[in-house]
Design a protein around this ligand. Sequence first.
Ligand code: HEC
Ligand code: HEC
Ligand code: HEC
Ligand code: HEC
Ligand code: HEC
Ligand code: HEC
Ligand code: HEC
Ligand code: HEC
Ligand code: HEC
Ligand code: HEC
Length: 321
Amino acid sequence: MRRRVLLLAFFFSIPLLLTSALPARNKPKTAASDKIRQDFSNFVDIPGAQMAGQEQCAQCHADLAKGFHFSQHAMQEVSCEQCHGAGSLHIAAGGYTTESKDKIISFRDRSAEKANGVCLSCHAKSDHVRNWFSGAHQAQDIKCVDCHTIHAAAHSDSRGEFQGETPGIPRAIESLRQMNDNCMRCHQKQNAEADLPYHHPIREAKMSCMDCHDPHGGDAGNNLKLSNTNQLCLNCHAEYQGPFTFQHAPVNESCLKCHSAHGSPNQNMLSISQPALCLQCHSAHHNGASLPLVDRCTNCHNAIHGSDIPSATGGSKFIDK
Ligand code: HEC
Ligand code: HEC
Ligand code: HEC
Ligand code: HEC
Ligand code: HEC
Ligand code: HEC
Ligand code: HEC
Ligand code: HEC
Ligand code: HEC
Ligand code: HEC
């Protein structure tokens, strides 16, 4: 009897065990997510070639091999041929010539699809790149190696000694400043905005583009990390997180109704300076009187993001002082 109860309990728990073993994410099936399940192994195939072993490669590519030795990939035991394909035919041909071009995978003239296919043969299911197939960069044929350096000279000092977790970190991703510079190399508009008088401290390397964007892409549009732009801003500017008794309608709609995200010539990164900003939506003032001629409406309306303080005439005029 006792055994039967146990047995029953076991059978009933099977579906439970199965569901809990499934990944928590429940992404809708789209063309893009089908693509993720594609097998990328053919992108590292070299027909007829055999693995020769990393030591062989080092014989002729000593400097590269020395630098590579200290990279994350080498530490994870990723070897040359897992990216460049099996090397026997390349070695037999004595190197890379016009005739033996197809005997080794060079990233030099490879199309984006084929170059990225090599990386995706391992990283397609990697957490960091899961958004790749729904992102603007994939759609524009950007390569992984436009942003990631695999063989960086900074990996080791002149004697090939490991430098530790110093600025020359042995990683395929670089310092904040280098990352930002790399993004701005292609994104000239944001590059210019970063130099405007009021800006997020990108140039100062206190922030990076990746605080708001996922470089690999995303369903959120604009490669943003969160589809709810206000929530993205409020993660760091929590003092404006409501709910307030009296909300200022445009603040709830979008911070970008009044602010630019990257930089602006106007104080407080306003997309239009005061009072013109406010006058887009407001025309009359106290009892229909014309608006006072001031630079800053927020001299008086200082709680412009929302307030709990009612005004004498009802509602709130966002005057907390
Ligand atoms: C017998 C010497 C020799 C061996 C061994 C050898 N290579 Fe090469 N390889 C060359 C020469 C020569 C070139 C052409 C000159 C250059 O780019 O350094 C070359 C070019 C390459 C290139 C293309 C570089 C480019 O222009 O984009 C890659 C990739 C490469 N080798 C990878 C490997 C790998 C991986 C191995 C180990 C499986 C290996 N090689 C073993 C001699 C060799
Ligand atoms: C994780 C993938 C990966 C691994 C592993 C890897 N490489 Fe590379 N290799 C690349 C990429 C990508 C490039 C193109 C240049 C770049 O972005 O650094 C490249 C470029 C090269 C080149 C030509 C570039 C040049 O400066 O002449 C050679 C030769 C080469 N690799 C050899 C090797 C050897 C030898 C090993 C092992 C010691 C190795 N690679 C391991 C990805 C890899
Ligand atoms: C043979 C499998 C394999 C291939 C092919 C491969 N990687 Fe990796 N890569 C790994 C593993 C394993 C790690 C370490 C674990 C992790 O971070 O996912 C790693 C780590 C990384 C990292 C983070 C660590 C670091 O060095 O900063 C980056 C970035 C990266 N790979 C980019 C690439 C790019 C770009 C390519 C194609 C040129 C590539 N990988 C090809 C297996 C691979
Ligand atoms: C537009 C630039 C860009 C492109 C293109 C890009 N990456 Fe990245 N990748 C980054 C940056 C920047 C980071 C660091 C992310 C961060 O700090 O939030 C990163 C992080 C990673 C990591 C995780 C490193 C770690 O351990 O934290 C992996 C793995 C990786 N990228 C692989 C790839 C692969 C594979 C591709 C191509 C399919 C690719 N990336 C294309 C910019 C890029
Ligand atoms: C504080 C958050 C934040 C930071 C930091 C940030 N962005 Fe943005 N970015 C946004 C938001 C929000 C949008 C969408 C609204 C818009 O177009 O301004 C956007 C849009 C974009 C767009 C698409 C719209 C266009 O004008 O082409 C690009 C490209 C872009 N950002 C690049 C960058 C680059 C490059 C960096 C780093 C230099 C960066 N962003 C830093 C928030 C940010
Ligand atoms: C090799 C050039 C290149 C590099 C490097 C690059 N991008 Fe882009 N990026 C593009 C192109 C091309 C587009 C598509 C056209 C556009 O919107 O400007 C794009 C689009 C974007 C968009 C807009 C997405 C959309 O939906 O419109 C954002 C945001 C963005 N990139 C952020 C970044 C960030 C952050 C980095 C650095 C990690 C970066 N890019 C590095 C070329 C690049
Ligand atoms: C990763 C954190 C982070 C995110 C996300 C973020 N900010 Fe900021 N923001 C900062 C920092 C840091 C400063 C600079 C503060 C300083 O200099 O005292 C700043 C400054 C500002 C300023 C004041 C600029 C000035 O010149 O006075 C405004 C306005 C602003 N952010 C709006 C936004 C908006 C809108 C968003 C969403 C698109 C956003 N922030 C997202 C961190 C963030
Ligand atoms: C109706 C226009 C408007 C909207 C919408 C708006 N702001 Fe503002 N914001 C302003 C004005 C005006 C100032 C300047 C306030 C002053 O002069 O004291 C300002 C100033 C700021 C500052 C800099 C002042 C400080 O505290 O350092 C930050 C940060 C900021 N806003 C964040 C946000 C965030 C986050 C959102 C979205 C939740 C948002 N704003 C939505 C108008 C707006
Ligand atoms: C994108 C349009 C928009 C912008 C820009 C905007 N507002 Fe508003 N504002 C509104 C809306 C909508 C309401 C709520 C409707 C109402 O009660 O009249 C409101 C309400 C107000 C109220 C309370 C009105 C009342 O009768 O209770 C004040 C005060 C106010 N805004 C001041 C400002 C100031 C100051 C600025 C500039 C820093 C500004 N607003 C920018 C749309 C805007
Ligand atoms: C000298 C202080 C002061 C300045 C500057 C100021 N306001 Fe006001 N505003 C007030 C007061 C006081 C009220 C009425 C509050 C009440 O009814 O309790 C008010 C009310 C409002 C109202 C509510 C509608 C109404 O007529 O009562 C709006 C909208 C408004 N102001 C917008 C603006 C705009 C836009 C600017 C900038 C062009 C501005 N204010 C500049 C003090 C000011």
